[in-house]
Design a protein around this ligand. Structure first.
Ligand code: ADP
Ligand code: MG
Length: 465
């Protein structure tokens, strides 16, 4: 019928506008490298902030003692404690708890959010068992993983540049987030000092390096997306401080804010951005990350409902609700291997109130998921290639006789759970690097590496050293 033909037309247009042929991906990778240079050259020199982390030494494995970490992501926050045993013992014991952030706190006041976090932290500290040892007279120390852009003023202080993802809290931008957390910790009557403030990318890099010496970059693919890597301190013109002894500095790219004319942006992306909490910002993130993929799919399906009556004569009301289709549900539909696409049928019914869908319609829904997920995964691969190029690690290098190994620590629920997405990312990266370079590059999943990483950085910046 004419309706189905119109649906196919919308699909075809989507496919064309989301296309990411290798040539385009190379342009994206090159643009990423160029923006990295610009962001390192001067403050405000690029959409890429290329933030200096004040981490000039990564964990060596000799850290010892009891340390806490608090990881504030986009969806959950985790509290963690770890007993570090040094070179031989490594992580002697580790415990964590995960708490989801009540949505109302994401758009409430700063003190409410920090009070909620500090209360959970205090409760967690109270459950500390005998296996953890704090030397007499010492204060507990904490690494704070904060997954938002921060202008660091030292390893343990920094001001919020902007909220991202689902957060919009008045009055925190420009404030020192460690001071905010410290005040909330004091209000709980908890005796604890924040000795390291780290972005989740930095935490993941540190946690990754602790277990593998060849980790030189970290990528987050969760609610949002970001990357960090090890840079030569002399290659950072905007850094006017003393050169660190190590000669290295870890950079938090804030790549979620990357944008380029080479990015394949559709009408759906433009509308999503315009109606978002942060219009014009985080454009790369809005194409790639877990917060947005399901929402893009919803917008495409809505257009098909409106213009091709895909789900019948009236538009299913729930299909008009922003963010109702979450990426984990999109992922579940995309991974449906049943012959009648049962999961797709159930999800459409349960989430969008659309019942009795035909197999043809379900297949179309899967196809939309496929286009959106693969565009995101391929763009993420291009971003990684851009970083590898900046590091001079995109070609097979020999150092001495050995092949130089490059490990990228990866974290985030999107990468971890959305298998089609992560497989597509790896295939694309391989395709762009070629066989020889691929052999020296490893992507290593470091689930919750950022928590351990923050604890390790708290240890290496302890007040008692
Ligand atoms: P955060 O980014 O908040 O620190 P995570 O790294 O745990 O938290 O990532 C959570 C995000 O990962 C979710 O918001 C969701 O977008 C995505 N995600 C979680 N599970 C799945 C899944 N099964 N399939 C696809 N995406 C998922
Ligand atoms: Mg996280």
């Amino acid at each position: 019928s004419g309706r189905w033909a119109r649906a196919m037309e919308i699909l075809k247009e989507l496919e064309e506008n989301c296309a990411t042929p290798i040539g385009k991906l190379r342009q994206v990778a090159d643009a990423m490298t160029v923006e990295m240079l610009a962001g390192l050259a001067s403050e405000g020199g690029s959409k890429l902030k290329m933030l200096i982390s004040y981490v000039d030494n990564l964990p060596k494995g000799d850290e010892t003692g009891l340390f806490y970490a608090l990881d504030l992501g986009g969806t959950n926050f985790r509290v963690l404690r770890v007993q570090l045993g040094g070179k031989g013992g490594r992580v002697v014991k580790q415990e964590f708890e995960e708490v989801s952030i009540p949505p109302n706190l994401m758009v409430g006041s700063s003190s409410e959010l920090f009070d909620f976090i500090a209360a959970a932290l205090a409760k967690f500290v109270a459950s500390e068992g005998e296996e953890f040892h704090l030397p007499v007279g010492r204060q507990r120390e904490l690494g704070f993983t904060f997954s938002f852009p921060v202008k660091q003023t030292s390893i343990s202080s920094g001001t919020l540049i902007k909220w991202t993802k689902g957060f919009a809290i008045n009055g925190t931008v420009g404030e020192d987030v460690v001071a905010e957390l410290t005040k909330a910790i004091e209000r709980q009557g908890l005796d604890m000092r924040v000795t390291a403030l780290v972005n989740d990318t930095i935490g993941t890099l540190a946690g990754g390096r602790y277990y593998d010496n060849d980790v030189v970059a970290a990528v987050i693919l969760g609610t949002g997306t970001n990357a960090a890597y090890v840079e030569h301190a002399q290659a950072i013109p905007k850094w006017h401080g003393l050169l660190p002894k190590s000669g290295k500095m870890v950079i938090n790219m804030e790549w979620g804010n990357f944008r380029s004319s080479h990015l394949p942006i559709t009408e759906y992306d433009q509308a999503l951005d315009a109606e978002s909490l942060n219009p014009g910002e985080q454009i790369f993130e809005k194409l790639i990350s877990g917060m947005y993929l399901g929402e893009i799919v919803r917008r495409v399906l809505l257009k098909m409902a409106e213009e091709a009556a895909l789900f019948g004569d009236s538009i299913p009301p729930k299909l008009e609700v922003q963010f109702i289709l979450r990426t984990p549900d999109m992922s579940a539909m995309h991974h449906d291997t049943s012959s009648d696409l049962r999961v797709v049928g159930t999800k459409l019914k349960d989430i969008l109130g659309i019942s009795n869908t035909s197999l043809k319609t379900r297949k179309l829904v899967v196809k939309v998921c496929d286009i959106i997920a693969k565009r995101g995964a391929r763009l993420a691969a291009a971003g990684i290639l851009g970083v590898l190029k900046k590091q001079g690690r995109d070609t097979a290098l020999r150092d001495g006789s050995d092949m130089q190994r490059t490990v990228i620590a990866m974290d985030g629920g999107l990468y971890e759970h959305y298998t089609i997405f992560s497989n597509c990312l790896e295939t694309t990266l391989r395709e762009m690097l070629g066989e020889e370079a691929t052999a020296s590059i490893v992507i290593k999943l470091a689930s919750d590496g950022s928590g351990i990483g923050a604890a390790l950085l708290a240890a290496s910046h302890s007040q008692y050293l």
